[in-house]
Design a protein around this ligand. Structure first.
Ligand SMILES: CSC[C@H]1O[C@H](OP(=O)(O)O)[C@H](O)[C@@H]1O
Ligand SMILES: Nc1ncnc2[nH]cnc12
Length: 300
């Protein structure tokens, strides 16, 4: 009940940043402290880094863990999203290294992704399993309000960022075959990576605003004029991309401080009409696990 009143009156956002390949830390954070956050879904990728940027609180999680020990298929996406949610995070900015599927997105390009095609298959994709079934809307998988702030800050920093693009999520860890790469190009995809799904789906289930900044590191394997992607190439370009990524985060988080109204697109209310399991058919043990993710709707 208290949370509903808070939503009507507006709440102060807390921004969570998920750093991808090459981004395992945020520098310049005040009051920084790494803290383990336990979840009912298991261990997140690493401890979470709590701190402030120009006085505004934020939380950082290195997606693959510090030192990059965890491959995409073994990421505990549910634990990562739950840990951010139970830490009070309302909005997630996802930062990712991606391959380009378009000539006009060369390495070094930044894309504010607004669509996904999810070709991952070996992952836990929902918090809602037997005992509490929910179907959240995913037509628009990213938050336009959060995206606008990111685009505006990028513009102020002179960082060129493409507004919109489709991110093809592959399972990995091997890179694509040339036939796959060509197929995804025919599908009209802009970039390819291995991590943004089910991350975006779970963020939606947890009623969090989610935006994805994809940083192009390579032309995958389809481009006749460029070598096929290698990890060395990705790391080298990410090192060049990372300063702009850090500057962007250092600008976006302070810009998001202060009380604001509920999300006009409804990201923060995605569960409102999503749960189909009758109250008497719900599994109490699962409901307990859902305390952080869905407590807002399950407890009333
Ligand atoms: C190191 S290349 C492949 C690796 O990089 C991307 O990770 P992230 O999205 O976390 O930046 C890609 O999805 C793969 O996991
Ligand atoms: N070409 C590519 N395919 C999948 N993930 C990537 N991450 C960076 N480049 C990639």
């Amino acid at each position: 009940m208290t949370q509903d009143v808070g939503q009507e009156a507006g709440i102060e956002p807390l921004i969570g940043v998920i750093g991808g390949s090459g981004l395992y830390n945020i520098d310049g954070l005040e009051d920084r402290v790494w803290r383990r956050v336990a979840t009912p879904w298991g261990e997140p990728s690493d401890e979470l880094l709590f701190g402030r940027l120009r006085g505004v609180r934020c939380v950082f999680l290195p997606r693959h863990g510090r030192g990059h020990p965890i491959p995409p298929s073994e990421l505990n996406f549910r634990a990562n999203i739950d840990a951010l949610k139970r830490s009070g995070v309302t909005d997630i900015i996802s930062l990712s290294a991606v391959g380009s599927l378009r000539d006009d997105l060369p390495p070094g390009s930044f894309v504010l992704v607004d669509q996904f095609i999810d070709r991952s298959f070996a992952r836990q994709k929902s918090f809602f399993t037997t005992g509490c079934v929910a179907h959240v809307p995913m037509a628009d998988p990213t938050c336009p309000r959060l995206g606008e702030v990111i685009l505006r800050q990028a513009e102020l920093l002179d960082i060129t960022m493409r507004k919109g693009g489709t991110y093809l999520v592959m399972e990995g860890p091997q890179f694509s075959t040339r036939a796959e790469s060509e197929l995804y190009r025919e599908w009209g995809c802009s970039v390819i990576g291995m991590t943004n799904m089910p991350e975006a789906k779970l963020a939606r289930e947890a009623e969090m605003d989610y935006a994805s900044v994809a940083m192009v590191t390579d032309f995958d394997c389809w481009h006749e004029g460029h070598d096929s992607v290698t990890v060395d190439a990705v790391v080298e370009v990410m090192q060049r991309n990372s300063e702009r990524a850090r500057n962007l985060i250092r600008a976006v988080i302070p810009a998001l401080g202060g009380v604001r109204p509920p999300c006009p697109a409804g990201c923060d209310r995605a569960l409102e009409h999503a749960i189909i399991t009758a109250p008497e058919a719900r599994d109490p043990a699962l409901l307990e696990k859902l305390d952080a993710v869905a407590g807002r709707v399950l407890k009333r």
